[in-house]
Design a protein around this ligand. Structure first.
Ligand code: NAG
Ligand code: NAG
Ligand code: NAG
Ligand code: NAG
Ligand code: NAG
Length: 449
């Protein structure tokens, strides 16, 4: 704040930057206005004397009616601005890059890859982080729905079109506006929410051979794929995001099966478990982990393993103590989010997986990690935990803030998944080409010399 004020004063005398700083000045006033009005708004809501004047129902209705106001709580009055005042510009792309896909396949707004849609919607609804003026933006969000098109109802995506579609979008924005060329894409943000993220292929060997498209390599990719070792599909600045689970589906399940309710299933897994997985260019589905699970525990009464699809599977998760999250083709799985959201301790069997938002989710305290090679002793491992520290793991897991941080809400809720993405972007502000405060400090010290 001091820096910004400082800069504004300093630049009154400078002609060439006048317009720009006029903008900053206006922007600062705006933030101040919001901080002050939020301060009064929140003290009004929290003050028991003022709530007793009008009925609590009215207050509640007011709260609902003004959902936009929720966002004002993002403005932290003691620190001036949230996320260091970071602003995101959302490109208004022709509908062939996003809305058209959604209208031909409604499911793509709610399937496990739908974070590409949810983040876009959440940003469009954000009064605080979004800017309509690209000159004031630190980051540029490019909304291309690459995971929308499906080859089959089983949810296996056809993403052959992903590369040309994104390439065309980049071509579009770089010819229409100067911002892509200015940074060579370094302050541009994309979502790659399917199997191998920014490699845009569902099979790992093809994904690896293709690598990250040349034109994206300077940019920031929000992707579900992440491993702790070097991998060609994360050779780009990236943020690991959780797969999408509709928040309302989780809430509906929790209404019927509360977090702390009876958990009569010891260990749960429902999904593909091939008895004889095919060797696809030297790779086996789930590295045979699921095959092994079925072979070893298929008849074990402690294990509730099912190979068929079942629409009501969320209630099974909510009734379980441990939920197995073995790798598929890629290490990540939507089960991770559903287990956490429904309070079932995730048992992660995916060597080297990099999990989303480690600063918000204390993974080591809310989950168990079992090596792919140790699947044979899974029964003993789970028995041991159940007899020792299961209760303390559950206590950590049932913290509402943990659940919240893996779900994408629209509009953004403080601490939710889009919020975590923004928090991660705020750590990359050195990529921003709008650096009013830093530029000013620099010019101030130059002047003082
Ligand atoms: C503002 O942020 C600081 C540090 O990030 C935090 O300690 C404080 O509780 C926040 N205040 C409000 C009103 O959110
Ligand atoms: C969408 O997927 C279908 C089925 O795989 C495919 O035939 C079609 O070409 C895809 N559309 C585009 C634009 O890639
Ligand atoms: C950005 O660079 C490309 C390639 O050099 C060029 O075709 C395009 O016109 C430039 N965009 C703008 C807005 O100048
Ligand atoms: C899997 O197939 C590859 C060739 O695609 C072969 O080299 C390899 O030996 C096979 N592995 C097994 C375990 O059958
Ligand atoms: C619970 O116990 C297991 C196995 O003894 C251990 O690996 C894990 O770190 C413990 N977790 C917590 C949160 O105490």
């Amino acid at each position: 704040m001091r820096r910004l004020l400082h800069g504004t004063r300093n630049n009154r005398s400078s002609d060439n930057n006048g317009g720009f700083f006029f903008f900053c000045y206006r922007y600062f006033k705006w933030i101040l206005w919001f901080s002050i009005s939020f301060y009064f708004f929140s003290s009004f809501l929290n003050n028991p004397t003022s709530t007793s004047i009008i009925s609590r129902t009215t207050v509640y209705r007011t709260k609902l009616a003004s959902r936009a106001l929720i966002e004002q709580s993002f403005v932290n009055s003691s620190h001036g601005v949230l996320f260091k005042g970071m602003k995101v510009y959302v490109y208004d792309l022709p509908s062939k890059y996003n809305a058209d896909w959604l209208s031909t396949n409604q499911r793509c707004g709610s399937h496990l890859f739908a974070s590409e849609v949810a983040i876009h919607r959440a940003l469009l609804r954000s009064d605080v982080v979004r800017t309509l003026d690209p000159w004031l933006a630190d980051f540029f969000f490019v909304p291309v729905y690459v995971s929308c098109n499906f080859s089959a109802v089983n949810g296996f995506p056809a993403i052959g079109h992903a590369r040309p579609l994104i390439a065309a979008a980049v071509d579009h924005v770089s010819t229409q506006l100067p911002f892509w060329n200015r940074s060579r894409g370094a302050d541009h943000v994309f979502v790659a929410s399917h199997d191998f993220g920014s490699c845009f292929h569902t099979l790992e060997d093809v994904a690896i051979a293709d690598g990250v498209p040349e034109f994206l390599r300077n940019s920031i990719v929000l992707q579900t794929f992440g491993v702790t070792h070097k991998h060609p599909c994360q050779e780009v600045e990236n943020v690991v995001i959780p797969p999408y689970i509709p928040p309302e589906s989780v809430r509906a399940t929790l209404e019927k099966f509360p977090m702390t309710g009876r958990r009569d299933i010891f260990s749960f897994f429902r999904g593909k478990m091939e008895l004889h997985p095919k060797n696809v260019s030297g790779r086996f589905y789930s590295k045979r982990v699921r095959t092994e699970l079925w072979r070893k525990y298929g008849n074990d009464r402690r294990f509730y393993l099912r190979r068929q699809r079942f629409a009501g599977y969320q209630s099974e998760i909510a009734r379980s103590k441990f939920c197995l999250c073995p790798l598929g083709w890629a290490p990540w799985s939507p089960r991770l989010v559903e287990s956490v959201a429904l309070g079932c301790v995730p048992v992660i069997i995916a060597d080297g997986i990099r999990l989303p938002f480690p600063s918000a989710v204390p993974w080591a305290e809310i989950s168990l990690t079992v090596a792919e090679n140790d699947v044979d002793s899974l029964g003993d491992i789970l028995e041991h935990v159940a007899a020792t520290n299961l209760t303390s793991i559950q206590r950590n897991l049932w913290d509402p803030s943990v659940r919240k941080s893996l779900l994408f809400d629209v509009p953004i809720l403080e601490g939710d998944a889009t919020w975590q993405v923004l928090k991660a972007l705020a750590q990359m502000l050195d990529r921003s080409h709008k650096k009013p405060s830093d530029k000013n400090v620099f010019s101030t010290s130059e002047n003082e010399k």
